[in-house]
Structure formats: structure tokens, C-alpha cells
Design a protein around this ligand. Structure first.
Ligand SMILES: NC(=O)c1ccc[n+]([C@@H]2O[C@H](COP(=O)([O-])OP(=O)(O)OC[C@H]3O[C@@H](n4cnc5c(N)ncnc54)[C@H](O)[C@@H]3O)[C@@H](O)[C@H]2O)c1
Ligand SMILES: [Fe+2]
Length: 383
């Protein structure tokens, strides 16, 4: 089967790399005005201050937009873009989790574009160029630093994706030191998000390909190996580095072999109940995997061998073992396992199921077709 594989042109993986951004910018681009796009939580860690001071020492005079909020709204994206435009920014640095990096992508696009934001949703709708874009993740989860995707929350609380090649960054910088202050519960939830990216890329219906497969397997191995240590001791640099690498590789995998029903059913939970993205995924994960078993058990059995090298038995036993291992991991990491624990009630489920059915971009990738009734019964099991 023919396939295409695309990723960012340069990935820098080095402890302390964020302190050397100015060298990186000077050797790759001819920029004058750097705009950092970030959020208040990242500012609080002191990370923004140290990146600003390193850039200033390097001869830049960076400006900072720190108004990003989790699950960024269109409003925030437009504000950030106006700020960058008004200050003549010519290089955008996304410094933060997926929310800041997704906002940075759209700022880089909107500063050069006459298209209205609402016209950009879907696949391949962005026209023309963008500003130079460097992504510096401070969570190990979304892989947004290497994906051509930005997820925005619209006024009706739906979470929708903008997917276009222009959204691939010029440079992704993986610096484990930036993630050492990440709270344990964010480490856990974002780490599970990255694992879901690897799993869904591996079972994606139409664009599964050998490069994404290899990346998904290695991503899962790295994440499985390091997540407990990173959760227990935020300052464990080798574990933090493994998590960043795993999340990035999972991002490369699903950028080319897209995610599916776990994400489709998780987005309405995030959009309507403001549950963090990784947690929404974790709540729904085992139930979607069980639903998918008739079509995907061979793939799940293969992934079981990646995380549990000594597993034996039939394909059915290995696939079941894989799902159980993920459930046990979530339990070890203290992640809630019922929708009721995040304030969702039985009478909310039809609305969630209806919203999930609108995620057609994702549902088409699921190994098993999901109807409205299926979505509803998956939510019921997760309740
Ligand atoms: N573009 C993509 O390919 C893609 C993929 C998956 C998810 N997403 C989107 O990304 C968003 C979620 O991103 P996320 O899970 O990385 O979380 P996030 O960016 O929303 O950040 C979560 C919280 O963690 C804090 N934080 C971030 N880094 C920190 C650090 N180093 N130390 C302390 N606190 C820190 C932030 O301030 C914030 O309060 C959602 O909107 C989701 O839909 C995008
Ligand atoms: Fe995700």
C-alpha cells in the first residue's frame, strides 16, 4: 500500500536546549521579533522568564503573550494573533503544553493570512505561508510539536481540529528540564494521552503505515518504561526525557496515521465539562478498546508484546492483557476511572454521544464503525 509520511524538518533533543534558542534561531532564520505564546501556569514555573532572559542575552527582544487557557478558544487565538501582529512578530515560539503550542500554530498562520479562522477547520483548508514557528513542549503528551493539527474550542463548546501541512513547525525543541515542575497528575494524564496517540495510530483504519507503526511501538515502549518514574519523581531527567521522546514519536505516528474513537469520544468530555484532555482520554480508553476488540485484537496483541515482553497465550488473551495493563497503569497513577468522578451524570450521556458523532474526522479512522448507540453504550460503561 502506498503512503506518505511527513514530519518537522528539525528536532533538537537536549537537556537545556531551551536556553540556546537564540543560537538556533540565528542559524536557521533571519528573524528580528520573537513572540512567545504561553499560559499563566507555565509563567508561574519560571520557565518563561528563563527563556526570555536567554533570548535577550542572545540579542533578541522577545514579546510574551501569556493569555492561553487550557483547550484554547477561538477568542484567545484571535487575541494572541492580534498581539503578535501589533508587535510585528516574525518568529513564533510556542512554549507550553498542547494548548500553547496549538495557539502558537494558529498565530503563525493568522499573522500571514486573510482567511477567517472559521474557514480553516477540517483538513487542508489553510492557504499560503505562516511565520517561522518553533515549538517547545513543557508537557509530554500531545506531541503537538510535531503534528500539523491545532485543536480549538468553539463557542458551542465543541472541540474542532484544523489540520494543514503549514501547521508543522520549523523546529521542535525537546528539553526535559522544562518538564521537571509538571505536577504528578498532569504528568499522568498527559502521558496517557501520548499512549493513546500511539495506540490509535497503530490501529488507524486508512493511513496505518510502517513508519507510523515503528514510531508508535517505540513511543509506547518509552512511555510505558518511564511514566511511573516521571510520576513519582518529577526531577528524574532520564524519565522526563523518555516521556518527551515517547510523546514526540507518538505525535509523529498519529500525524500520519490519525487517531480515532478514543479521541472522538474524549473531545466532548473536554469541551462540555472542562476535563483535561489526557484525563478525558483515560476515562474512555479501556471501553473503546474493548468495543474495538473484534476488529483490532491482533493489533492490541502486538502492542501487548511491546509493553509486556513476557506475555503469552492466544491473540484474545494478549489483547485482553493489553487493556488490563493499561487499566492497571491508570489505577497506579491515581487517574479517575469513572465519568461520574468528573461530574458527569447519566442524563448528560446522550448529549455527549451526539457531540461525539460530529467528530467525523476522527471516527472514520476507527477500526470498528461507531454508531450513536455504540457511543452511548461506551459512555454508559464508562460512567
Ligand atoms: N495539536 C495536536 O496534535 C494535539 C494533540 C492532542 C491534544 N491536543 C490539545 O492540546 C491541549 C492539551 O494540551 P496539554 O495536555 O499539553 O495541556 P495544556 O497545554 O492545556 O496544559 C495543562 C496545564 O499544565 C500546565 N503546565 C504546562 N506545562 C507545565 C510545566 N512544565 N510545569 C507546570 N505546569 C505546566 C499549564 O499551565 C496548564 O495549566 C488540548 O486542547 C488538546 O485538545 C492537541
Ligand atoms: Fe490527544
Amino acid at each position: 500500500m502506498g503512503f506518505q509520511f511527513e514530519t518537522v524538518p528539525l528536532i533538537v533533543n537536549e537537556n537545556g536546549a531551551a536556553g540556546r534558542l537564540s543560537e538556533l534561531i540565528k542559524t536557521r532564520f533571519s528573524c528580528k521579533r520573537v513572540a512567545i505564546i504561553t499560559d499563566a501556569g507555565v509563567v508561574e514555573t519560571g520557565l518563561v522568564k528563563s527563556v526570555v532572559s536567554a533570548l535577550t542575552k542572545g540579542g533578541f527582544n522577545p514579546i510574551v503573550f501569556d493569555g492561553v487557557e487550557p483547550d484554547p478558544s477561538e477568542q484567545i487565538v484571535l487575541e494572541a494573533a492580534s498581539f503578535a501582529k501589533a508587535n510585528d512578530a516574525d518568529c513564533i515560539v510556542g512554549l507550553g503544553g498542547g494548548s500553547s503550542m496549538d495557539t502558537a500554530k494558529m498565530v503563525a498562520v493568522l499573522c500571514c493570512s486573510l482567511q477567517p479562522l472559521h474557514a480553516l477547520y477540517g483538513i487542508g483548508k489553510v492557504e499560503g505561508k505562516r511565520l517561522q514557528l518553533i515549538q517547545v513542549p513543557t508537557t509530554a503528551g500531545t506531541g503537538s510539536e510535531v503534528t500539523p493539527i491545532a485543536i480549538l474550542t468553539r463557542e458551542d463548546h465543541s472541540k474542532m481540529g484544523i489540520v494543514s501541512p503549514q501547521l508543522y513547525a520549523d523546529v521542535a525543541v525537546l528539553d526535559p528540564e522544562l518538564t521537571t515542575k509538571l505536577p504528578a497528575e498532569v504528568t499522568a494524564a498527559t502521558g496517557i494521552d501520548a499512549m493513546v496517540h500511539a495506540i490509535e495510530a497503530y490501529t488507524s483504519l486508512h493511513q496505518k503505515n510502517p513508519i507510523s507503526d515503528a514510531l508508535a511501538r517505540e513511543a509506547l515502549r518509552q512511555l510505558w518504561t518511564h511514566i511511573r518514574a516521571a510520576y513519582m519523581d518529577g526531577g528524574d531527567i532520564p524519565a522526563r526525557s523518555g516521556m518527551l521522546l515517547g510523546a514526540m514519536m507518538a505525535g509523529q505516528a498519529f500525524a500520519n496515521s490519525p487517531v480515532a474513537a478514543v479521541h472522538a469520544l474524549a473531545y466532548p468530555i473536554g469541551g462540555q465539562f472542562h476535563v483535561p484532555h489526557g484525563l478525558s482520554n483515560a476515562l474512555i480508553l479501556p471501553h473503546v478498546l474493548r468495543f474495538n476488540l473484534p476488529e483490532a485484537k491482533h493489533h492490541y496483541a502486538e502492542l501487548a508484546e511491546v509493553i509486556l515482553p513476557n506475555i503469552s497465550g492466544s491473540v484474545d488473551e494478549k489483547a485482553a492483557g493489553f487493556i488490563r495493563a493499561l487499566e492497571n497503569l491508570c489505577f497506579e497513577l491515581g487517574i479517575p476511572d469513572h465519568l461520574a468522578q468528573v461530574g458527569i451524570e447519566a442524563n448528560d450521556l446522550p448529549k455527549l454521544a451526539k457531540a461525539a458523532m460530529d467528530q467525523t474526522r476522527l471516527l472514520v479512522n476507527n477500526p470498528r464503525r461507531v454508531s450513536y448507540d455504540d457511543a452511548l453504550s461506551i459512555y454508559r460503561e464508562a460512567l
